[in-house]
Design a protein around this ligand. Structure first.
Ligand SMILES: C[S@@+](CC[C@H](N)C(=O)[O-])C[C@H]1O[C@@H](n2cnc3c(N)ncnc32)[C@H](O)[C@@H]1O
Length: 232
């Protein structure tokens, strides 16, 4: 067998995957660092979104084995909309991970005059490894469509190690109703059906302990669901 064939096919897969990430980075580079930019022109839904997240978090703290309330992570944080509008109200320390430098700079600038404490990581989630055993909650919203299935599983596996005992990860994502994965070539992302999201969560060795649909969003948007997940 000619060994040269195998690396060649891997190279094709790798370059396809990096085009997926590069195209997304290029898309976000030209988006203004504003709430409207983060939400594709739908800044009007930001308050409803943050209130829905707060309600979901409150319900998590009704659980018997609930997480601590010290440190959270905002994954795919953008300009820090979620950190400032919701996570900081619940956790004294919030770290942010975001691939776009400009967004992270904007987050730093707007958080500077506040009592925010936390670190800023300028990195794609596909490359991010959290510190071990430090987070009570890892909130990852409207970004997982930018990861390939394999990278999503690997990211969740690394996140498990970043959780404190009783800590959990919350995923808040758009879901297709067609049962299919839908590709968006404009921002280089996919939207997955619920069944696939659940499959990837399970493949990463996590289980859903609470799930809720976001209420009161305009009916022409994708369904949005929150999943609180914990290591099996
Ligand atoms: C729809 S915005 C949501 C931002 C924030 N989660 C919010 O809800 O306000 C998507 C964000 O994900 C970031 N992003 C895209 N690909 C990423 C990746 N591979 N790793 C981390 N962040 C990424 C974009 O730069 C952008 O800030």
């Amino acid at each position: 067998m000619d060994n040269s064939e195998e690396p060649a096919s891997n190279i094709i897969v790798d370059s396809k995957e990096s085009a997926f990430y590069l195209d997304a980075a290029k898309y976000w580079e030209q988006v203004p660092p504003t709430v409207d930019g983060m939400l594709g022109g739908l800044s009007s839904i930001s308050d409803i979104d943050l209130k829905g997240s707060q309600r979901f978090l409150n319900s998590i703290y009704q659980l018997v084995e609930c997480p601590g309330k010290e440190r959270a992570l905002d994954g795919g944080a953008g300009i820090g909309r979620i950190t400032q509008g919701f996570l900081m109200k619940n956790f004294p320390v919030v770290d942010l991970v975001e691939q776009d430098k400009q967004f992270l700079e904007e987050a730093k600038k707007s958080l500077e005059p506040t009592n925010h404490k936390g670190q800023f990581f300028n990195l794609g989630l596909q490359k991010f490894t959290p510190e071990t055993c430090v987070y009570d909650i890892m909130w990852v919203q409207w970004v997982l469509g930018h990861l390939t299935d394999e990278d999503l599983i690997a990211f969740l596996k690394r996140c498990k190690l970043g959780l404190k005992p009783r800590g959990l990860i919350v995923l808040k994502e758009n879901l297709t109703s067609s049962g299919e994965v839908e590709m968006d070539n404009t921002d280089s992302s996919v939207t997955r059906p619920r069944a696939l999201v659940v499959e990837l969560i399970n493949k990463a060795g996590l289980r859903i302990i609470k799930e809720q649909k976001q209420q009161r969003f305009p009916s022409d948007l994708y369904e949005v669901r929150m999943f609180a997940i914990q290591p099996v």
